[in-house]
Write a protein that binds this ligand. Structure first.
Ligand code: MEV
Length: 313
């Protein structure tokens, strides 16, 4: 008999502040009711979904396994978070695997440690980024980085940059995600913004403006002011477009959603992936997204973070 550990971690969307957060600016991410779950069992070789696999082809998992002398494990995963959709599928994988491996090795399930190990895995796989996605997936509910106020969770640093992460209570709001169907990976988009910002004062000012909009958005969330929050989301989308991380498909879905929304914007790294609209009329927004070739899904916020359970097999 072996112990099989199952861990489940939520996806997230970034409501404000993506890209600018990489440079220490504020950002806010909300966990959603789409989850990835995986089970881990010790075995004689590395296996993925019941097939022998090369661990080098899974850099996130490899980074986490290197903390445990590359002990061979069998990993089965299933996800309701579309990969490359900007909804944190890779962070959820790292968080769930970090939590499961700690449980497999009989270590305590301290959220800060899980978030830290998952962030290290993401950073090493992408070579860049912030602890926003992994923190949101670990903690659940909502997290804000680099803002005053909120419930202190943890602080992380990497290569001279540091992020202060707080938990926020998210009021009940309805969002519709519109997935473009275009898979976009975060690393190259973060790199594109870095190059633009490093060589251009104007781009650096846009990054500052995103920081200002996000701080105002934090206040709007805490006051449950959907009108103000929606307006700030739309403003953020314009700023992100100027930074060059939107695309025609995302703009089309944002424009189609706006007449029925408080506001709409791309979410996550952009370049494809997804947009998000804040609305009281999710059906109309979903229809509008569908009519422009996007894949809509209504999401609930206020969900729990990573969970772990054990079973004898
Ligand atoms: C990706 O969801 C958000 C980015 O800001 C990158 C990061 O924070 O790691 C684009």
């Amino acid at each position: 008999m072996t112990d099989s550990i199952t861990a489940s971690a939520p996806g997230k969307f970034v409501i404000l502040g993506e890209h600018a957060v990489v440079y220490g600016k504020p950002a806010i991410a909300l966990a959603i009711n789409r989850r990835l779950s995986l089970s881990v069992t010790k075995c004689t070789e590395f296996r993925l979904n019941d097939e022998p696999a090369d661990v080098n082809s899974s850099p996130h998992l490899k980074n986490i396994l290197s903390r445990y002398d590359m002990v061979p494990v069998s990993v089965r995963s299933e996800s309701r978070i579309p990969a490359g959709s900007g909804l944190g599928s890779s962070a959820a994988l790292s968080v769930a695997f970090a939590a499961a491996m700690r449980a497999v090795e009989g270590m305590s399930l301290v959220p800060e440690e899980i978030a830290f190990e998952a962030f290290e895995a993401e950073y090493s796989a992408q070579g860049r980024g912030s602890p926003m996605d992994t923190s949101a997936s670990t903690h659940g509910m909502g997290v804000a980085l680099n803002v005053p106020g909120g419930k202190p969770l943890w602080e992380m640093e990497k290569n001279g940059r540091s992020w202060n992460v707080v938990g926020i209570d998210v009021p009940k709001m309805t969002f519709v995600i519109g997935y473009t169907g275009i898979r976009a990976s975060t690393g190259p988009l973060v790199e594109k913004v870095r190059k633009y910002k490093d060589g251009n004062r104007f781009a650096a000012d846009i990054v500052d403006d995103i920081g200002r909009v996000t701080l105002e958005g934090m206040d709007a969330i805490l006051r449950n002011d959907a009108v103000r929050l929606g307006g700030l989301m739309t403003e953020d989308h314009k700023l992100l477009s100027i930074l060059g991380v939107s695309c025609r498909e995302l703009n089309r879905l944002v424009d189609a959603s706006l007449p029925h929304s408080y506001g709409a914007k791309l979410t996550g790294s952009g370049g494809g992936g997804s947009m998000v609209a804040l609305t009281d009329d999710p059906e109309k927004v979903s229809d509008a997204i569908l009519s422009r070739g996007g894949m809509p899904f209504v999401v609930k916020t206020g969900v729990e973070g990573v969970t772990v359970s054990a079973r004898r097999e």
